[in-house]
Design a protein around this ligand. Sequence first.
Ligand SMILES: [Zn+2]
Length: 247
Amino acid sequence: MAVAQNIRCSHCGAPVEFKPGELVATCKYCGFTTVIETGAPFKFEHSLLLNKYNLAQADELIKRWMRSGFMKPSDLARKSKVLEKNLVYLPFWVVSVEAKTSYKGVFERISPPIVKDGKIQKAYNWLVLAREAAGFPTREYDVPLHGKIPYDFRKIEGFAKVLNSEIDREEALELTKQQIEAHHRYLLKQDVDKIIEIYTEINVEHAVYLHAPVWFVKYEYKGKTYQLILDGAAGISLKGDIPSSKF
Ligand SMILES: [Zn+2]
């Protein structure tokens, strides 16, 4: 069990709650963000994506998801029951980068094998989830970045939960590098079967700390529990367990 600790918000003086492992905390009374270790104000851009659905509208989204798609049991919307529906503002680092990978490898699908070299050059808004969130599909989440506004605590619903970051900017940049390199290694598999040399150069242009609204839903259908994750900004499902239907 994680125990919440307190520091004082240096902006409004209210207690700011945080849990062990969290590095950056946002005051729920004034929206001021503090680096926990030093107590100093957070000095990077902090953004927010707005949730567009109230509780009733979220129910509608859930029903719509249940009714759509031929993979689902036809009585899913009628026979299921929503057990839990939580709006959580998840913390992310969005790192804008130019990534260039040079490689040399062996293409073995022809005989004799040949040595090939090449480059992968791409620009990304790379998303790093700033904490552990059970089963959150970060790579499938296409953050609607055009909708971001400066963080505004007044826009956060009273029933919503705002999670703090467990990693700082430096760690986020490091993870971005590692993940992009791994991603490029994966892309390379189309081109070469064995990598001889690989070098990835990453130029960070910008990094934003972002809170994005995500609905975590638990529902019950025929005695079993399933999870559904919805994007509160775009209203689409990010991941949903579908009960197997018998034809
Ligand atoms: Zn405050």
